[in-house]
Design a protein. Structure first.
Ligand SMILES: *Cc1c(COP(=O)(O)O)cnc(C)c1O
Length: 389
């Protein structure tokens, strides 16, 4: 086996494009100099397009969770009531952050593997009259569900003035995000998932409604104070030293996204999801989520007659291919395949072909090539080249 090859098929961190790795190896520069300002000026409009917003997208140095905590401390005042819609481990993270700030936290628990139901959220908000903010997860990475956040925002608006705050860490830049059109008040994401960068940056944008709340919010905060970040980014700078190497990379990532075209980027993710799902369906191996709830960035598989942990070990040993396991209540019950960011349909054909061998080596007798064939057929009918033939 090649000793320095790693095939990273987990839902973050995700592989880094060579041109991005090269951009990140540039010599260090001063963060108060003109080159940094020029770089931020170049990044700002492109980042807004990815978020689907006219508002500023603030760049914080920290992992995705720093972005989630920033959303909580800026938008909710001490003692206020919030609702968190939990569809998996990352919804649960919002609960933990809200509780850490001693907010009165009402949890709407959704069965893991299912998407949130906007009608149920509406009913929940009617039962809890004084909710100030509703927290939800766009792609619930722990289950591979893509929650209907547009419908969620509409439903919340119909019954409440609560802010709609969305964790988009594992899908923004891989799936369509139209924050302004959809009425999402705060959108958060991070650098190491669909953004094809190392961990270390969090991106966050807020609506006009959210800014009013943020400006009036007495909640103490310093590093994570969005007002500081906004005042600085408007001048093409950041309040504190940013992770400059990752910013070099971000500039190149945004270039790549524009070159491919955001619509194409989203179509590619959708195609990879369909190929992956078709492969497991062809073998009769159960997927955790239904088609309608499935995320284009990560697929969770719930085998009923082989051990997902043993299978992951085989994949690592045979092919240096890393797949993710289950988290919390899904631990040891599922495995997850990341197909986001720097990942192509060709990569998925490789992954599917290798996984078929891995499944056999884990003790389940399947017909080799059956899943691969199903994925190939999806590619032929929906893949990118068909229009060019
Ligand atoms: C990865 C992830 C996070 C952030 O995790 P960090 O380890 O703090 O970067 C948050 N939410 C979701 C949905 C994620 O997938």
């Amino acid at each position: 086996m090649l000793t320095d090859q790693q095939i990273l098929r987990i839902p973050g961190p995700s592989p880094i494009p060579p041109s991005v790795a090269r951009a990140m190896s540039q010599p260090m520069i001063g963060h108060r100099g003109q080159s940094t300002s020029d770089m931020i000026a170049d990044i700002r409009p492109k980042l807004k397009r990815v978020f689907g917003t006219e508002q500023e997208v603030m760049i914080l140095t920290g992992s995705g969770t720093a972005g989630l905590e920033t959303a909580v401390v800026n938008t909710v005042a001490p003692g206020e009531e919030v609702a968190v819609i939990v569809t998996g481990a990352f919804g649960d993270r919002f609960v933990k952050i809200c509780k850490a700030y001693e907010l009165e936290t009402h949890v709407l628990q959704v069965e893991w593997g299912k998407a949130l139901d906007p009608a149920k959220v509406k009913a929940f908000l009617k039962d809890h009259g004084s909710i100030n903010a509703v927290f939800a997860t766009y792609c619930e990475t722990s289950t591979g569900v893509l929650n209907p956040v547009e419908e969620l925002a509409r439903a919340v608006r119909e019954v409440s003035d609560a802010l709609v705050i969305v964790d988009g860490v594992s899908c923004v830049a891989g799936v369509e995000t139209r924050m302004d059109d959809w009425g999402i008040d705060v959108m958060v994401t991070g650098s190491q998932k669909a953004f094809m960068l190392p961990a270390g940056l969090a991106f966050i944008a807020a609506s006009e409604r959210a800014w009013k709340k943020i400006e009036a919010n007495p909640q103490p905060r310093f590093y994570l104070d969005l007002i500081k970040h906004r005042d600085n980014i408007e001048k093409d700078t950041t309040p504190f030293t940013p992770a400059l190497s990752i910013l070099f990379g971000l500039q190149q990532v945004l270039e790549l996204l524009e070159e491919e075209g955001l619509e194409q980027v989203y179509a590619r993710h959708d195609l990879m999801m369909k190929m992956t799902r078709a492969a497991f369906k062809a073998h009769g191996i159960p997927l955790l989520t239904e088609d309608a709830a499935a995320s284009p960035t990560v697929t969770a598989v719930r085998p009923d007659d082989f051990d997902p942990e043993a299978f992951r070990k085989v994949m690592k040993k045979e092919f240096a291919m890393e797949l993710a396991g289950g988290q919390q209540e899904l631990a040891k019950k599922i495995f997850r395949i990341g197909h986001m960011g720097y990942c192509s349909p060709a990569d998925m054909l490789q992954a599917i072909a290798a996984m078929e061998i891995g499944i056999i080596k884990s003790g389940k007798d399947i017909e080799l090539g059956k899943g691969l064939g199903a994925a190939q057929k999806i590619y032929l009918s929906e893949g990118e080249t068909q229009n060019d033939l």
